[in-house]
Structures are given as C-alpha cells and as structure tokens.
Design a protein. Sequence first.
Length: 270
Amino acid sequence: MARLLISAKQRILTIGDGDLSFSNALALTVRPQALTATVYDSMACLEEKYGLENYQALRGNETQVLSQFDVTEPASWLGLDKHSFDVVIFQFPLIPNDASEQGFSASSKVGDANLRNRRLLHLYLKHAQQYFLDPKGERLMIITSKDVKPYRQWNIEQSITANLTMNYLGQSPFKSDDFPQYKIRNVDRDKFVKQTLGISYYYSDKPQPQLAEQLLMPEYLTDHNHYCAMCRVGPMRTTSDLTAHQHSKRHLKMSGYEQRWHEFIMADQV
C-alpha cells in the first residue's frame, strides 16, 4: 500500500504536478474515485519539457488535466469545479531562485526566496481550504517535501498555517518506490531530483482522529523543554545546552526567517 494516507474512496486534486507522473501514478496505484491533475506550465511547455506520455495516459483514463494552473492565482482556475475534492496534494513544491525569469510574477516581487516559498505554501493551504475542498468532505491537505535545506527552513509544520483556521495533523514518510511511475523532477527543467528522504505533512480544518493515529508527531514538536521545534534540534538536557543553541548560527538564521515571515503575514502582503 502507498505510504500516502489516501484511499480510492476520495476525490483528489494534485497541484503543480510537473510532468504529470505523480498523478498518473495515483491513477494506476490508488485509483481514486475522482482525480483532477494540474500543471503550472502551458501545454506547449509541458510537451517541450517532458513530452505528453503521462498527459495522454491520464486523458485516456478520463482524468481532467488543467494547464497554466497557478495555485496562488484564482484567475487561473477556470475549468475547475469548486468545493469538489476530499484531498488536495502538492508534491515537492519549490519556486526557483530565478522566479522572475520563470514567470512567477507575483512571488518574484518578494525578494527573499524563503518568503516566496512560504507564501506559496501558505496560499496553497488557504485556497485549498476556501475553494478546492468540499465542506462536507474529508478536507485533507497534504504537502510532500524534502528533509534538507532549503525545504526544512520553511518551517512547514508550524509557520505556513499563520492566520489560517486549520491544524497540522502530523507526518508520514514518503517513498517514491510506492509509486513506480512517479519521476520527481526539478521545478524548471527536464532533470530528475536526487532521491533523498521525503516527508508528507498533513493538515485539516476538520477533526481527523483516525488519521491522526496513523501519523507521526515528532518529539521536537511536543517537548518544548528539550527541543527547538523551529530548528528540529534536540534533545537538549541542560539550560546551558539550550542557551548555546539559541546563540548558534543555525538558530539565529531560522529566527531571522521567522521574523521576516511574521512581519510579512502581519502586513497582509500574502
């Protein structure tokens, strides 16, 4: 069974699925009740970068595929039925450093790459909650990301839900081997991403007791006396250990990210 905690009974929307190989893998492995796949690129760009094999396979299974879909821009969602999904999934999101050259016009106005990516994930959760998920459905949002820099520096578990009425439920390991057809791509070119540990993070604005029991909640998020949740560091046994960490380069850098994000959110620039 796939490590993602999803089922064939659900209606699933995938966001920004580069070459559509993840959506195709879902269609073949999970076989959800309904599936809609989206890509940020135009169809011409999709064909040039990756070819249309996955697109054609999805269309052959009568799966809806929407191109030029920007999760941050509601004007790009034409053709999508609102409030019609149980689960929304965003796999390995990343705005490239040369965002302005790649067409990420809104996000490129934000000078800080860390802020740009937090903004992307924040708006993904916000729009999934407000527009994509069925009020009567399971209302589950999933982000799969890498457990290395710069992804870890976005503080996915705590930061991106700022000002949103939802809860972080926990995480599960993501193994691409569970989806043999899935090829993890770079965000802006036809190359594969190095296979490093992936983690799927789960969010909902609806009680999910059964799901929560299956998810991991790392100790750094629950034991605030001995861990730094922001940096995922610990256990620290003594006050001097904690003080030393708080003065470390790593912690000060993360604190700077958090402060800038807090100011960004409070200024309502998202």
